[in-house]
Structures are given as structure tokens and as C-alpha cells.
Design a protein around this ligand. Structure first.
Ligand SMILES: C[S@@+](CC[C@H](N)C(=O)[O-])C[C@H]1O[C@@H](n2cnc3c(N)ncnc32)[C@H](O)[C@@H]1O
Length: 223
């Protein structure tokens, strides 16, 4: 019985651990220096391998990208990523998924995000906005997007009602919160969204010893 459980656990976890987590993303070798400096400057948040060089960080990008790239068909879509940090989500969606346009928004890190977009040789529009500012960031960003992403941001923003109100203008939201999935889903249910759990990603070295965050696709029936 013990062996059987161990076998089942291995079958479930090992393919997930090594799916994209081990992917080696390729960029022009001449841009490696800038990537190295940028990733190290920003505190080794993402764990990622580029051109065979493994950058150690607390969150495995490949694990999350594996979930994000399978979330939908991004071809021809206009995507905005709120709280984009170094812009990995919009950069990867633009580079690998045929999105029409990608926009990343943050109140810090945009120079690093621009450098990463250059390194991956894609155009992503980056907009500076503070979601707690009294000025209208909503007007600055506008609403002309097919998909809005909001990953690991909600927790940090003080005016959560205002952020939810902005999100509620869109029929497709890719969302990752800090709370268990059922709590996050309850937040959106009154706004008329249906939830599809896309997957859970983990920080730390091992899935079984660290807590995960669930990426959820919210859609409304008229989308
Ligand atoms: C934990 S990181 C998540 C980064 C990325 N979305 C991801 O999931 O990998 C949170 C990001 O939200 C940004 N952020 C937090 N509060 C913000 C605010 N009030 N206005 C704009 N950006 C904010 C931070 O600068 C940071 O880049």
C-alpha cells in the first residue's frame, strides 16, 4: 500500500515539476549580459533558465508559464497585465502566443521590464501607474483589451474595490491571488464570472513543502 501511494504521488508530481520548469528559453547571446544584470538587480524573484544559464529565484517561471500559455488562444488578442513586475507575462505572450498587443503596468521595475522585452526582442507597451493613486489610472490605461491579467497583485493594493471594479469591465480575466482558490473565486462570483482553475504554482524548491497559488480564468457568459 505504502509503495502504491508513493508511486501515485510520483506520477502526479514529477511530470508537473519537470514540464516547463526545466525549459531553457533562448535569446540572442549578445543580450545575456543585460538579462543577467536585470534579473540579479531585481532580487532573484523568478527562477528561470535562459540560454542554458539557470537563474535561481523563489518562483519558478516555467511552472507558471506552462499554466498561462495553455489558458487560452491568445492569437489576435489585446492583453494587459496589471502589476507586471519584470513583464514576463506580456513578453512571453507576445513572443510565443501571437497576441496582437501586450501591455504591462506597474509602479516600479518598468526599466527592467523594458530591458527584458528588448532581450526577448518583442515590443510590449509598458505604462507606469499606481493602483492606489488618487488620480485616474483607469483613464490612463483605458479599457480596450480582450484579456486582463492580475497575478499576485490584489493582495498588495489597498483599494481592492476599485481594482475589482476595473477588472469587472473585462469578460476575460487571468487571476492569481494569495488566498485559497475558493476564497478568490467567491470575490468574483457576485460580478457574474465563471471560474476555471488553470493550475497551481509553487514558490520555494519543492511543491510538497511550500504553499501554492492558484491561477484562475474568470470569464463571463457573453465573452
Ligand atoms: C508579487 S509581484 C507579482 C508580479 C507578477 N504579476 C507575477 O505574478 O509574477 C507584485 C507586483 O505588483 C506591483 N504593485 C504592487 N502594488 C502596486 C500598486 N499600488 N500599483 C502598481 N503596481 C503595484 C509590484 O511593483 C510588483 O511588481
Amino acid at each position: 500500500m505504502k509503495h502504491c501511494c508513493f508511486f501515485l504521488i510520483c506520477c502526479f508530481f514529477i511530470p508537473q515539476l519537470y514540464a516547463e520548469s526545466n525549459a531553457d528559453y533562448k535569446i540572442s547571446p549578445s543580450r545575456m549580459g543585460i538579462v543577467r544584470k536585470t534579473l540579479m538587480d531585481e532580487g532573484n524573484y523568478y527562477d528561470i533558465t535562459i540560454n542554458g544559464h539557470h537563474f535561481k529565484g523563489s518562483r519558478k517561471w516555467g511552472e507558471r508559464w506552462d499554466i498561462l500559455k495553455g489558458a487560452m488562444d491568445y492569437r489576435g488578442k489585446k492583453v494587459i497585465d496589471l502589476g507586471t513586475f519584470m513583464g514576463f507575462a506580456p513578453i512571453f505572450i507576445k513572443k510565443y502566443c501571437g497576441a496582437q498587443s501586450c501591455t504591462g503596468v506597474d509602479f516600479h521595475y518598468l526599466d527592467s521590464a523594458k530591458r527584458m522585452a528588448d532581450a526577448f526582442e518583442v515590443y510590449v507597451r509598458f505604462i507606469h501607474a499606481d493602483f492606489d493613486s488618487s488620480t485616474s489610472w483607469e483613464e490612463k490605461l483605458g479599457y480596450d483589451y480582450d484579456v486582463v491579467m492580475c497575478m499576485s497583485l490584489f493582495h498588495w493594493v489597498r483599494d481592492k474595490e476599485r481594482l475589482l471594479n476595473y477588472l469587472s469591465h473585462f469578460n476575460t480575466i487571468i487571476y492569481e491571488g494569495h488566498q485559497p482558490a475558493e476564497i478568490e473565486i467567491e470575490r468574483f462570483r457576485p460580478l457574474g464570472y465563471q471560474a476555471k482553475i488553470l493550475g497551481t504554482s509553487y514558490s520555494g524548491d519543492h511543491q510538497m513543502t511550500s504553499s501554492g497559488r492558484t491561477i484562475i480564468l474568470f470569464t463571463r457568459s457573453d465573452s
